[in-house]
Design a protein around this ligand. Structure first.
Ligand SMILES: *Cc1c(COP(=O)(O)O)cnc(C)c1O
Length: 362
């Protein structure tokens, strides 16, 4: 069997060029006679890999000099605890609840301080982004937290919240490198890489230097203190070496595609093909209000919520080579994740398949 079109929400499709390059370098990385997996993280070869990866992500995202880039482990979920541990000086933070990942982050933060839920879209199954232009943010909040792209529900903050001067912390796991970002608008940007950047386990955190402090919450584990990691250039202990190497190859691939501006054009083009079809289909319909639609995750259902028909669709799509289209259990229906590495033909062919399915089943 050849490669399929993989619409998984994560771990997700990686660029084929990257996988081939990794395969070519598997047994002998650039004349070292060993795989990156077998290499000391203190070796010259590995030092070049991690330094180059950092340089490339800095170039791509235009990261200002007063921000550190950390390559960490534990996935995005580990940072749900690290964020309050490192930032909750006043033991209070404002969270905007736009889905399960924001909810989980808030629940974790509640272990360390007071979490004020300043906005939520729970009333309509998180199918929209609440108006965040004038929120009641406590004077003494240490930060304002968002999940910028909601992987499960398919919504995206197209406008960042007005934080009233507080530092913004954003989980960008599912929109990392999908479009240009103004890093200076954030205190912390972090994301698990398995959606758009690399293999699961690595989390990249981009943190403004003044937020990397010694006075973290008492009892913060050494490994979760950002300063430990920043002082050691992400090499305090053995990092997820191979995963970081793959991230580095993905950064080069994104550069070769023309960088983040070009990535956004590519992603808009792909998403439009799918949303345009959904908007006129008599069988399928998207679940998110138009203005808040994600370019990365596209949940959809059948218009009459016919579970049997949806199961039939997923089954036949899988057989035709369009895999992982089943929706998250909390939304039901289907979800097509169309990250950076999903080629435009993948979406075109999926839509052709959907049209055909619609014709045959109505
Ligand atoms: C997938 C995902 C996570 C969880 O990532 P892990 O690496 O599994 O901890 C957190 N936030 C968002 C937005 C995600 O999409």
């Amino acid at each position: 069997m050849g490669r399929v079109y993989n619409f998984s929400a994560g771990p997700a499709v990686l660029p084929e060029e990257v996988l081939k390059e990794a395969a070519d370098e598997m047994l002998d990385y650039k004349g070292t006679g060993m795989s990156v997996m077998e290499m000391s993280h203190r070796s010259k070869a590995y030092d070049d890999i991690i330094k180059e990866a950092e340089k490339d992500i800095r170039d791509l995202m235009n990261i200002p000099d007063n921000y550190k880039v950390l390559f960490l482990q534990g996935g995005a979920s580990q940072q749900f605890a690290a964020v309050p541990m490192n930032l909750m000086k006043n033991k209070k933070a404002a969270y905007i609840i736009t889905g399960q990942w924001a909810k989980k982050a808030a629940a974790e933060a509640e272990k360390y301080g007071e979490v004020v839920k300043v906005a939520s879209s729970a009333d309509k199954t998180f199918s929209y982004i609440p108006d965040c232009s004038d929120l009641d943010i406590p004077e003494d909040a240490d930060y304002v937290y968002i999940c910028e792209n909601n992987t499960i529900y398919g919504t995206k903050f197209w406008q960042l919240p007005n934080t009233k001067g507080k530092d913004l912390v954003a989980d960008v796991s599912s929109c990392f490198l999908s479009e240009p970002v103004d890093v200076s608008k954030y205190g912390v940007i972090y994301g698990g890489v398995q959606k758009n950047v690399g293999p699961a386990g690595v989390v990249i955190a981009i943190i403004r230097e003044d937020l990397i402090r010694d006075d973290v919450l008492e009892g913060t584990p050494t490994m979760l203190k950002w300063k430990t990691q920043a002082d050691a250039d992400s090499l305090y202990n053995t990092p997820p070496c191979y995963g970081i190497y793959i991230c580095g190859l993905v950064f080069k691939w994104v550069k070769s595609m023309g960088g983040l501006k070009a990535m956004k054009v590519h992603n808009e083009k792909k998403a439009k093909i799918l949303y345009d079809y959904l908007d006129q289909s008599k069988m399928f319909v998207g679940t998110v209000v138009e203005k808040d639609r994600s370019l990365m995750n596209v949940p959809f259902v059948t218009r009459n919520h016919d579970a049997d028909l949806e199961a039939k669709f997923v089954k036949e799509a899988t057989a035709a080579g369009f895999v992982n289209l089943k929706g998250h259990r909390s939304v039901g229906g289907m979800r097509a994740s169309i990250y950076n590495a999903m080629p435009i033909e993948g979406v075109e062919k999926l839509v052709a398949f959907m049209k055909d399915f619609e014709e045959k089943n109505s």
